[in-house]
Structures are given as C-alpha cells and as structure tokens.
Design a binder for this molecule. Structure first.
Ligand SMILES: Cc1cc2nc3c(=O)[nH]c(=O)nc-3n(C[C@H](O)[C@H](O)[C@H](O)COP(=O)(O)OP(=O)(O)OC[C@H]3O[C@@H](n4cnc5c(N)ncnc54)[C@H](O)[C@@H]3O)c2cc1C
Length: 453
C-alpha cells in the first residue's frame, strides 16, 4: 500500500477537509476523495459569469476558539466582520429577525398583538408537560399565535413535514435559549444567549467557499492528495476492516487500498455501499433516514437594490409563495458581485431530491423565481437579466420522529468496522453548522494520530 493511501478521507466538505488538514499538518498526508468538482461541500461557492453564489449563505460564527483561530489563520484580513441583518417577509411587511417586541407587535397590529400576548400567557401559566415535537416546543416558548404566525410556515417549508412530526431535538440543538420571554429581555438590553441571536458574523470576502479552497490548498501543500470528481461507490470489507475503496468518475472505475478511512458521506450511502452487504434489517434501517434537498435560483438584477433591501437573508412567511428565503449577496460581501450597480439574489427553495419541483427545467425555475420576486416587490421582476440554478441533495438531515433510534442502530453496526470513522453533518446525521462539522473532522484525525503515533 502506498503511503498516500494510508488514510483515505471521503468528502472534501468542511469536515473532511479539516480532518485532512490536521493530518497533513502532522506529516500524515491523506488521500481525500471528493465526488464534486469543487471543494467545500454544501458550504462551497459557485461562480456564474463573475457572480459568486453560496449554496445558501453561510455565516461563520462559533463559540469554539480553536475553530475561530483556524478561520482567522486561513483567511486573515479576507475574513470580513459583517453586521447581521435578517428580516421576515410577512403580509407585505418586513419584520426584523430575531423578533423585536415593539417592531413585531407594531407590524402585526393591535388585535393580533393582544391575541399573541394572551396565547403566550396561556402557555406561560399552563406549560404543557410534553415537548417532544417542534410544534409543542415552539408553542411552549412563544404561544400558539406567534408560533403559527412566524415559525410554522417557514419550518414546514424547510422540512417538508408538519411541525408535529419533527422531533424537538432540532430546536433544542439549534434555537435553544430562544423564547418570547428571552426576546423581551433582549429588547430591554439583556444578554443574548441563543446562537440564533448573534448580531455579527464573519464572512470570507469571496464567499464561504473561499475558506475551503484555502484549506484545501494548504492541505495539498503539506503533502495530501486531493482527487476531485471521483465518487466512492464501494467499500470492500475484509476481517472487520475496510480493505479497499472503489472509486468511479462516471467513465472509469479504479480501486485504492486503505489503512484508515474517515467518511463524511451520508450515513445511509455508506451502509449501502459496504461489500459484502450488511444484513437486510440494517439496510432497511438505513433506508429509513431522510434528507431534505435544497435548490437555489440565482437571479441577476440590472440595478443595485441594496439600499432598499439591507438584509442578507429574508425569511418568507407567505403560504402562497414557494420561496422559503431570499439572500442578497452584496450584503454578505460587496465582492460577491462584479458590478456595484447590479444585484445578485439567491431564491432558496426547499424540496426533495427528484420530486416534481427539483425536476423542473432550469429555465422554468428561473421564470418561477422571477415571478415570485415580482410578487414580493412589484416591478422587480423586470430588473432580472439572467438566472442560474444549483441543486443540492442531502442539504438537511431530517429529524423525523424516531430518527435517533435508527442513527444509533447504524452507528452501533459501523462500530464493528475497526478502521472506519464517520464525521460531519450527513456522516453523523446531525444538523451541524460548519464549526461543529470541523470539530468532528479534527477529533477523527486526532484519534488516528494518537493511535498511530
Ligand atoms: C441552506 C443552508 C445554509 C447553511 N448556512 C450555514 C451557516 O450560515 N453557517 C454555518 O456554519 N453552516 C451553515 N450550513 C451548514 C453547513 O453547510 C454544513 O454544516 C457543512 O457544509 C457540513 O460540512 P460536512 O463536511 O459535514 O458536509 P458536506 O458539506 O455535505 O460535505 C460532504 C462532502 O462529501 C462529498 N461526498 C459525499 N458522498 C461522497 C462519495 N460517495 N464520494 C466522494 N465524495 C462524497 C460531498 O460532495 C461533499 O463535498 C448551512 C447549510 C444549508 C443547507
């Protein structure tokens, strides 16, 4: 076995690259296999006619000092500090997000405000015992009125499931510390505790992918091999170890030997590609895990609309519009668009890979997104001069009821393969941001370094 195949990493997203960079910095040059032509995974930045498009904007924010230090070390002054501006589009109005009491109550009107306050007092006085699903969790923290007005529609667009069928783990992990009481305390100048409430974030000058391209470059400079455009299509097992990986680039197939394997590919794919195949009940369990896909329609506008629309992200809480969120790239970094007199918007749609929406032709999607933009701001559709579509499968690991038992079962099974570690958002089926994905990559690399000296 050649030294380059001593450690093989599957995936050059944030988790896989961080593992690779850490190993390479310690003279253990790994082989990193990435099926796409770009590094960065879901956090990559695509380029279209000089316009830069993140696949969903990526705020860089973390409480983990080591991760923040890596970001700063990699990008230095190219890591911009950006004041966060997010709004909710609701019944033709823009409401600040995170919710601010005065602004929110003013926007929804006196009658709806009173109803919101009463429904909050009801749950504050009679707190439900069960908080198992997202609907119960959000209602307990905001009251049913605010839940239905500001959370239900958007959450159901994202997940493609009723909030009553989404496990509360997601909210516990992602919006812990957020409640109406906390919102009121914040409005009065209290400390912001929830991760969703940050008011400033870091952002690479040329999009989130800039950081991952720099990490890949340094990893390779330290001796790692990076193979783009190759997909791991099979993992051959021998005596409880992964012995070889089969790679395919759509035209040819080849295989590489592996001493240690670190995988960030989706957990079910990993199970389904093991050879010999696991027992039918394990394959059946793997088939039960669900993922939500994501589709970005990038629209190029002939004028700069930044002054009227200062937000990076706009959450669209309109049941009759299919778009879930809109991002204005110049408000992330002015360097995302080549011409200061033009605007690039990202219209974000949540869907399932292969469903009717996902399968629409690109020009139909651009027309639909343009028409929806025009319904958000009448007249803006006429400013659209160009459009591009990016589809992202496995964007969100879904926390449907019962998913956790499936994940535990699959991870127990994989625990029997001695030289295989799973990392990252889809490798662990955990709703990680970039920072926590990086931590899983660091930990896997350090376990190998510690075990092999
Ligand atoms: C819309 C959206 C917005 C987001 N916003 C933020 C944000 O603001 N801040 C933030 O920190 N995070 C954000 N995230 C989350 C962030 O994108 C993820 O946490 C991060 O990309 C996960 O990194 P990863 O390496 O674990 O997985 P991925 O990014 O999924 O990378 C996995 C890599 O493995 C490759 N791969 C898969 N299978 C194979 C195979 N068989 N062979 C070879 N290669 C394979 C894939 O092509 C991919 O490159 C957002 C995510 C979405 C969907």
């Amino acid at each position: 076995m050649s030294q380059a195949n001593d450690i093989v990493i599957i995936g050059a997203g944030p988790a896989g690259l961080t593992a690779g960079y850490e190993l390479a910095r310690h003279q253990r040059a790994p082989l990193v296999i990435e099926k796409s032509r770009l590094v960065g995974g879901i956090a990559r930045t695509e380029q279209y006619r000089g316009f830069l498009f993140d696949i969903g904007g990526h705020r860089f924010h973390t409480d983990i000092e080591e991760i923040q230090a890596i970001w700063r070390e990699l990008l230095g002054p190219d890591l911009l500090e950006v004041p966060r501006v997010s709004h909710i589009f609701f019944q033709g109005r823009l409401i600040k997000y995170p919710l601010q009491v005065g602004d929110t109550l003013r926007s929804i009107g006196l009658g709806a405000s009173l109803a919101a306050i009463l429904s909050y007092l009801k749950v504050a006085l009679f707190r439900p015992a069960e908080l198992d699903n997202l609907e119960q969790w959000l209602t307990a923290r905001f009251g049913s009125r605010i839940y239905r007005t500001f959370f239900k529609e958007y959450s159901e667009k994202v997940w493609g499931l009723p909030c009553s069928q989404i496990q509360a783990d997601w909210a516990n992990q992602r919006i812990q510390g957020l409640s109406l009481a906390r919102t009121i305390i914040n409005a009065l100048g209290g400390k912001k505790t929830a991760t969703t409430l940050i008011d400033q974030f870091l952002y690479p000058r040329l999009g989130s992918g800039m950081l991952w391209e720099e990490m890949a470059r340094r990893m390779v400079n330290h001796g790692a091999e990076l193979e783009l455009g190759w997909e791991v299509s099979g993992l051959e097992l021998d005596h409880g170890r992964v012995a070889r990986l089969r790679l395919s680039n759509g035209h040819e197939t080849r295989s590489v030997a592996a001493g240690q394997v670190i995988s960030s590919m989706p957990l079910p794919h990993l199970i389904q590609r093991l050879e010999p195949a696991p027992a039918p009940e394990i394959l059946k369990a793997a088939g039960r895990l669900r993922f939500r896909g994501f589709l970005l329609v990038g629209l190029v506008l002939s004028s700069d609309i930044g002054t009227e629309h200062p937000w990076q992200w706009l959450y669209v809480h309109e049941p009759n519009l299919r778009v879930g969120r809109v991002q204005n790239y110049r408000n992330w970094s002015p360097h995302m668009t080549p011409d200061p007199d033009m605007t690039a918007l990202g219209m974000e749609y949540f869907c399932d890979q292969g469903d009717e929406f996902w399968s629409l032709a690109d020009d139909e999607l651009v027309s639909l997104a343009t028409a929806e933009l025009d319904r958000l701001w009448p007249g803006s559709g006429e400013l659209v001069t160009d459009g591009v579509v990016y589809r992202q499968s496995h964007a969100y690991p879904v926390y449907h009821l019962g998913y956790q038992e499936v994940v535990t079962r699959l991870r127990d099974y994989l625990g029997g393969i001695s030289n295989l570690a799973t990392i990252g958002r889809n490798g662990l089926h955990r709703y990680n941001n970039q920072d926590h994905s990086m931590v899983t990559g660091l930990e896997a690399a350090r376990r190998i370094l510690a075990a092999t000296g």
